[in-house]
Ligand binder design. Structure first.
Ligand code: UDP
Length: 379
């Protein structure tokens, strides 16, 4: 009945399903293990009438016009420029660490000196990863780098990854580089928006096509088996194409060992006042067990006498106990992942797409771009 089975209804699976169903008029079956669509972008209106993101804050930002226009078919947007503060030495200061942050943390004369030194070495409005700044030979810049490393990165990364910044791939901490400028926004992309009625509505609109059938609450491996390099779905040989967006080790029965992922426990709280904090997110690198607090009213504004906050407690992913959120970017894990990729070559009709299946730190726009590319090949 179906030429395509798509495993997972997050951005990767939903974009491909939408393209195949609308452009190729293919009948597509989506199999999703959760009881909802949208993957980790899933959101809902909570008891305070506030849209909250069940799996942590999702801020859409991109320079990719094609991706933005594609998604604009399925939602109206509200402009939203995300700002983050970091709680350091008893003060809430702008993050990414920028020239304004210097003046909040150091006496003016010292901040001025650091600013001059940074501007001598780097161009205005450029970004410098902390691990790069730490290589500075100038003793003032080296001192500054060590300070930022310790106050912003070391303990946050320990909480988030259970590792030091050196133990994970350097691109991870480079996602939040030092910004040699005075723009306090977390991202600098041209498009910074959130779906007006939330991500779930966007996904509903995307999947609202009679060619798309959706099976929720279903783990793919409960309905599919792989025997002698042949895939069986509900006991029948399946010779169509499978777009698989789940954990690749699970797909292949953990034969090369389990891949490591990090998970996060999300703790929502209602606060009996109109506002809780100054900006949508405040990071706590050095205090508490959670990494950050997000107040959703800043992201999706609504009139409400209460407010909802979210504290994020990172932890290891344990199969059957919690959800995988982030691949753990170490060399050892990449090697193990590569074994699965090599093995997957036996199955030319299985395509691995997405954060979990490709073991990559995709942002939302990146995965939409990748999914559009995969879909275009199929078209
Ligand atoms: N990071 C940090 N301190 C912070 C913010 C980020 O050390 O205050 C590091 C940490 O290793 C984190 C990475 O930078 O995992 C990427 O942060 P980002 O905000 O992009 O993480 P996400 O929102 O994807 O969880």
């Amino acid at each position: 009945m179906f030429n395509y089975i798509i495993v997972g209804a997050g951005f990767a699976g939903s974009v491909i399903a939408e393209r195949l169903a609308s452009q190729k008029k293919e009948k597509v079956l989506i199999i999703e293990k959760h009881n909802h669509i949208g993957g980790h972008c899933f959101d809902y209106k909570d008891e305070n009438n506030i849209i909250v993101h069940k799996y942590g804050p999702h801020l859409f930002h991109t320079n990719n016009k094609k991706v933005f226009e594609y998604l604009s078919q399925f939602t109206e947007w509200d402009i939203y420029n995300h700002e983050v503060l970091a709680y350091i030495d008893g003060k809430k200061v702008p993050l990414p660490f920028n020239l304004n942050t210097l003046y909040e943390l150091f006496p003016v004369s010292l901040a001025n000196k650091y600013e001059q030194k940074l501007l001598e070495k780097y161009k205005l409005n450029t970004k410098v990863p902390i691990l790069e700044l730490k290589q500075s030979e100038d003793k003032d810049l080296k001192y500054l780098a060590d300070y930022i490393y310790e106050k912003v990165f070391l303990n946050y990364t320990a909480k988030q990854w259970d590792k030091t910044p050196e133990e994970i791939d350097s691109f991870v901490t480079a996602r939040v580089p030092l910004f040699i400028g005075k723009d306090n926004r977390y991202f600098n992309d041209i498009y910074q928006v959130v779906p007006r009625h939330g991500y779930t509505r966007l996904f509903e609109n995307m999947l609202n096509n009679p060619n798309i059938k959706l099976m929720l609450n279903t783990n793919f491996k409960e309905v599919a088996t792989i025997k002698n390099d042949q895939i069986y779905v509900l006991g029948h040989k399946f010779n169509g194409i499978i777009i698989y967006t789940g954990c690749v080790d699970e797909l292949f029965d953990y034969q090369f060992g389990e891949l490591r992922y990090r998970s996060v426990h999300m703790k929502f709280e209602t606060i009996q006042k109109e506002w809780y904090q100054e900006k949508a997110t405040v990071n706590y690198p050095n205090s508490y067990n959670f990494t950050r607090i997000t107040e959703f009213k800043h992201i999706h504004f609504c009139e409400s006498k209460n407010t909802t906050i979210l504290k994020e407690y990172p932890m290891d992913y344990i199969r059957g106990k919690n959800d995988p959120y982030y691949p753990v970017f170490t060399e050892e894990n990449q090697k193990k992942y590569q074994k699965y990729v090599d093995y997957a070559k036996r199955f030319p009709n299985i395509k691995l797409v997405g954060r979990l299946a490709e073991y990559k730190y995709y942002d939302m726009d990146d995965i939409v771009e990748r999914a559009l590319e995969v879909a275009e090949k199929e078209l």
